[in-house]
Design a protein around this ligand. Structure first.
Ligand SMILES: NC(=O)c1ccc[n+]([C@@H]2O[C@H](COP(=O)([O-])OP(=O)(O)OC[C@H]3O[C@@H](n4cnc5c(N)ncnc54)[C@H](OP(=O)(O)O)[C@@H]3O)[C@@H](O)[C@H]2O)c1
Length: 283
């Protein structure tokens, strides 16, 4: 039996991992909410690892509000940089493998081909910058880590684009969605299964990986398919980024090259995964 600590239990990915955990009977889970394990509390993190012998730690805890991060720089830094730093120090001391989730926002979005794990990073906002520094803390302190960069995460849990679009469909007759930001959605349940698959297979090919569902689309395309599958009659207009100002700049192109992780796993098409997510929401 492998013992797995999951931080950030009540976030979107934490809840997804919890919902599929029963499919992995050989793994014993210890899910911790932020109130039980604050990853920015060094002493608390240390005592947690001193008192329990874990084989893996999945870090689902993060500061994820991209716009708010521009104003809350210090808090974003504490959670996204110091949190992973303290976790890696304890993982290193106790020989625990750390699986950490990062983001496409570590890139500037000026590319025109999918980003590989080895491509130069250049975050354009506070959130991406802190996530990148968090990665660097882990790489510096640990050998046995997986850093999985993902993009456009959505699911039946937490706050995300799918749920926002479904809510707006019930409130409005018409909506504008940006059509000039290109990326790939990721169903967080698929990501949860990839993460648990790495553990179950006792995979030791440590390093950075890119993971998203298959397909390259705009937010407009994503919204259109959400409304089609949800049988919504809302009118959707394609708008440009300049018509939808946000506090933080978004990468224009954030497609991740997933060839490396495909050595271990099958990746489903974004439309198939979206279909499953909407079925799960409706059931
Ligand atoms: N969402 C996306 O579109 C997206 C895209 C690419 C990558 N990612 C990455 O994917 C990962 C999971 O994202 P998500 O969507 O699941 O995020 P989320 O729903 O915002 O969940 C984040 C969780 O972190 C917890 N947390 C915050 N500060 C903490 C602390 N100091 N100690 C312990 N827990 C703390 C929060 O707890 P409370 O709720 O109690 O504060 C929350 O449960 C993150 O690393 C994120 O950067 C997300």
């Amino acid at each position: 039996m492998l013992k797995v600590l999951v931080t950030g239990r009540d976030g979107q990915l934490g809840q997804c991992i919890k919902s599929v955990a029963h499919q992995y009977p050989n793994l014993e889970f210890d899910f911790k909410a932020s109130s039980e394990l604050d990853i920015t509390n060094k002493a608390k993190v240390e005592s947690f690892f001193n008192n329990q012998q874990y084989d893996y730690c999945i870090n689902c805890a993060a500061y994820t509000n991209v716009d708010q991060a521009e104003a809350e720089t210090e808090l974003a830094h504490i959670i996204n940089v110091l949190g992973p730093k303290y976790l890696s120090e304890s993982c290193s001391k106790h020989q625990v493998t750390l699986i950490h989730i990062s983001t496409d926002f570590v890139f500037d979005g000026n590319a025109s081909n999918p980003y590989k794990e080895t491509d130069s990073t250049n975050p354009i906002g506070v959130y991406g910058k802190t996530k990148l520094e968090g990665e660097q803390e882990i790489i510096e302190k640990l050998n046995n880590y997986f850093i999985i960069r993902t993009s456009w995460l959505y699911s039946e849990f937490g706050n995300n684009f799918l749920k926002t679009m479904q809510r707006l469909a019930s409130e409005r007759d018409e909506i504008g969605v940006v059509g000039d930001q290109i990326g790939s959605p990721t169903y967080a349940i698929d990501l949860a299964n990839i993460v648990l698959g790495l553990i179950q297979d006792r995979n030791t090919s440590y390093g950075i990986y890119h993971y998203s569902n298959e397909g390259v689309i705009s937010w407009y395309d994503f919204a259109k398919e959400i409304f089609r599958l949800s049988k919504s009659t809302i009118k959707i207009n394609k708008i440009e980024t300049k018509d939808y100002p946000t506090k933080a700049k978004r990468p224009k192109y954030s497609v991740l090259d997933t060839s490396k992780i495909k050595h271990f796993t099958y990746i489903s098409n974004w439309k198939d995964s979206l279909f499953k997510a909407i079925l799960n929401i409706n059931n």
